[in-house]
Design a protein around this ligand. Structure first.
Ligand SMILES: [Zn+2]
Length: 484
């Protein structure tokens, strides 16, 4: 987008054109004002004088013409032509103001097309535009603010759907109003895009919104100035800006004289300008289950091992907003906000029994007498099998149940004499025989250590002692495996 004018070529071609100094200019203006004012009054009276027109663009004197209309006509048609050509709605104007100053002279110049040619040659037309700036550099020019908006919207639409874009434009406080399951775009930013600023450019530099959007997104390359640093060589600079050395030489014709490069040397380079990134912030209202907790409470009214649900548990629900940031479609960050519990979970409460079953054995036996010794072990004896152990000479004759249990039989039974059988309700049974006296009855619950009776020598016995047997699930056991 060159905005260079053709001033240089003009001055070389029309070396003869005379520059008009400020003083002269002022005098001419004063003169012409006077002339015009005077002319109105005595137009017809100026016998022998003819009118000519001095033509200037800015302070550049182009020459004199006998008629001003062709100059004005040419300029107006050129303006229209340029407007049409570049599809502009804004006005096209001359960069330097055209001044046509009349003068009365004795002899008007010949009709001379040369002055018109000169105007055509030198006239620079401009139009008002908006410069789209990215990272401080102009990336494109568009005609109007409306076109700026259009271009920016087109860039946004490269990553945002039409629907998202319109819903975003419709509601600004959308995020606060989100209902569960809904989502919305809360912000769309064009990163690196600075602003659109007023500019005056040649009509041919104006781009359509579509073309400008493309440039905004893709980025561009631009001629720029670069100040060399220590260690820079033409090769390194070429690498830095991804330029061929020939191109660097083309932009800096005196490069060879400048080499080796001193730090701080200004060189012309082609600088890449990165395109804008579309940064979208969106919010989504999400529902999530809150799992319920489980609490166990002790209950002394329930037996050990028994449980009862005192309160049914129920999962709760919460809502929160997930704010997601994406750059050119890639997720960059995610945060959670505005969490709200919409349904509180209910804790499941389970009661666990602590009440011991008194008839149930603990599983570990105590010694069935107070003191005493084992006078006979389990094993073969007198041609028979001795099914238990014998305990004799205790400190006293109290016979104790080795563990909690239920008395399932209590009475005299043949060789056993007075016998008590205790079922410990855990698969184990114990037998106490030859008792002198029985203190318990069938069906009675006994606590570990509780007295069952008095040691004696009833039944087939050879003296006062306790005959003690152990069964596990009906199978005879060695009592020594159970007694401490
Ligand atoms: Zn025995």
């Amino acid at each position: 987008m060159s905005t260079k004018n053709s001033r240089a070529s003009f001055s070389s071609i029309y070396k003869g054109s005379r520059k008009v100094g400020t003083f002269t200019m002022v005098s001419i203006l004063l003169f012409s004002i006077l002339t015009i004012n005077g002319a109105e009054a005595k137009e017809k009276g100026d016998q022998g004088l003819e009118k000519l027109y001095h033509v200037y663009t800015g302070d550049q004197y182009l020459g004199a013409v006998p008629e001003k209309e062709p100059v004005l006509d040419w300029m107006n048609s050129k303006k229209e032509e340029l407007k049409k050509e570049h599809d502009l709605s804004a006005e096209v104007y001359l960069e330097d103001k055209l001044a046509i100053i009349p003068e009365r002279v004795f002899q008007a110049p010949e009709k001379n097309g040369k002055v018109l040619d000169q105007i055509e040659e030198t006239a620079i037309f401009k139009t008002d535009a908006k410069a789209l700036k990215v990272d401080g550099e102009t990336i494109a020019y568009v005609e109007s603010e409306k076109e700026v908006e259009k271009a920016l919207e087109l860039v946004k639409k490269t990553t945002v759907s039409d629907k998202e874009l319109s819903s975003f434009q419709d509601q600004s406080e959308a995020a606060e109003e989100l209902e569960a399951g809904e989502s919305t775009v809360t912000n769309i930013q064009l990163q690196r895009f600075d602003q659109a600023v007023k500019a005056e450019v040649s009509p041919e530099n104006i781009l359509s919104a579509e073309k400008a959007a493309e440039k905004l997104k893709k980025g561009t390359k631009k001629e720029s100035s670069y100040k060399t640093v220590k260690g820079d060589t033409p090769e390194k600079i070429g690498e830095k800006f991804n330029m061929k050395e020939e191109k660097l030489l083309e932009l800096n014709p005196n490069l060879e004289q400048l080499t080796p490069l001193k730090p701080g040397t200004n060189l012309n380079v082609i600088k890449p300008i990165q395109g804008v990134t579309v940064r979208i912030t969106s919010a989504e209202r999400v529902t999530e289950r809150i799992p319920h907790e489980k609490k166990v409470v002790k209950d002394k009214d329930l037996l050990v091992g028994e449980t009862r649900v005192k309160q049914e548990g129920r999962d709760g629900e919460k809502e929160f907003t997930i704010v997601t940031t994406e750059e050119d479609g890639k997720e960059k960050s995610q945060t959670v906000k505005d969490e709200k519990v919409t349904d509180k979970p209910v804790t499941e409460i389970v009661a666990e029994g602590t009440k011991e079953i008194p008839s149930k054995g603990t599983g570990s036996f105590i010694w069935p007498t107070n003191g005493g010794y084992i006078s006979s072990h389990q094993g073969p004896r007198w041609g028979k099998h001795h099914k238990g152990i014998d305990i004799a000479q205790p400190d006293d004759y109290t016979i104790k149940t080795v563990d909690n249990g239920t008395v399932i039989s209590a009475g005299n039974e043949g060789d056993y004499g007075n016998k008590v059988v205790v079922d410990h309700n855990n698969g184990l049974r114990t037998i106490y025989a030859h008792l002198d006296k029985i203190h318990v009855k069938k069906g009675q619950i006994v606590k570990q250590g509780e007295s069952l009776g008095i040691m004696g020598d009833t039944g087939f016995s050879t003296g006062i002692h306790l005959h003690f047997e152990v069964y596990s699930n009906g199978k005879l056991q060695n009592p020594m495996d159970y007694l401490e």
